[in-house]
Design a protein around this ligand. Structure first.
Ligand SMILES: [Zn+2]
Ligand SMILES: [Zn+2]
Length: 231
């Protein structure tokens, strides 16, 4: 497992020499080998993002009124943390496929017409990273099952970055950050999956959840790559 995770968008020398070596063990052939993929899935435990307690049905009993069923691959530590970091901040595009595959394994079997809604990233970040990371995961998830469809149902209102440190400030910033895309309507009989990379305070996801539920998304789920305890 890589020991040093550098916060840089420049590829390391190793990436240039061996662009298809596993980020977990270094094995040549793919960016995430089957063994490392299995290792992540073996450690998968669905955690309630609010109390961090494991549960089987996407949400614990205490918080089922706060959140729709929420599915998370794991904590943003170890290899999963490295993969998300490399994908998001070092723009290693090839990671979109294995990350989507990992998520696919932990999500419930999709009903026909399950709509994946990527939580929109601010355009400034998309430009500087050179990739729309959540949208690309959504597109790759849809390649794995024909019941999945991707719709940009949410828009980013303006280039607002969450700067507040406490949950209350972040919540009020988040509630004005998103808008429903007027191009689409919500069909209450469809299943919708709101997709994001990391749960930190949950302020963005909670604001977006509320907006979608108020617009009629009665069958809503949340899918997240990782849960961060750094809040
Ligand atoms: Zn490996
Ligand atoms: Zn809970």
């Amino acid at each position: 497992m890589p020991k040093n995770v550098k916060n840089t968008t420049f590829p390391s020398l190793l990436d240039l020499i061996a662009p298809h070596s596993c980020r977990g063990c270094g094995l040549t052939g793919s960016i995430l080998c089957d063994r490392c993929k299995k290792y992540i899935l073996k450690n998968h435990q669905n955690l309630c993002p609010i109390c961090k307690e494991p549960n089987k049905h996407g949400i614990c009993r205490n918080h089922q009124n706060n959140l729709p069923p929420t599915f998370i691959i794991g904590e943003r530590t170890e290899l999963l943390g490295v993969l998300i970091h490399d994908y998001k901040y070092r723009s290693i595009r090839a990671l979109k496929k294995p990350l989507a595959e990992l998520l696919y394994h932990i999500l419930p079997t999709p009903n026909p017409n399950t709509i994946i809604i990527p939580l929109p990233t601010i355009s400034k970040h998309i430009r500087s990273r050179g990739l729309d990371h959540t949208y690309l995961i959504a597109k790759n998830l849809a390649k794995l099952n024909s019941n999945y469809h991707v719709t940009k149902l949410l828009l980013r209102n303006k280039n607002t970055v969450q700067v507040g440190t406490d949950l209350k400030t972040r919540q009020s910033q988040a509630s004005s950050a998103y808008a429903l895309n007027p191009k689409y309507t919500i069909n209450p009989s469809n299943t919708y999956i709101l997709l994001d990379d990391v749960w930190t305070t949950g302020a963005s996801l909670l604001a977006a959840t509320k907006m979608l539920q108020q617009a009629g998304a009665n069958h809503l789920q949340i899918a997240i790559l990782a849960l961060s305890r750094l809040n």
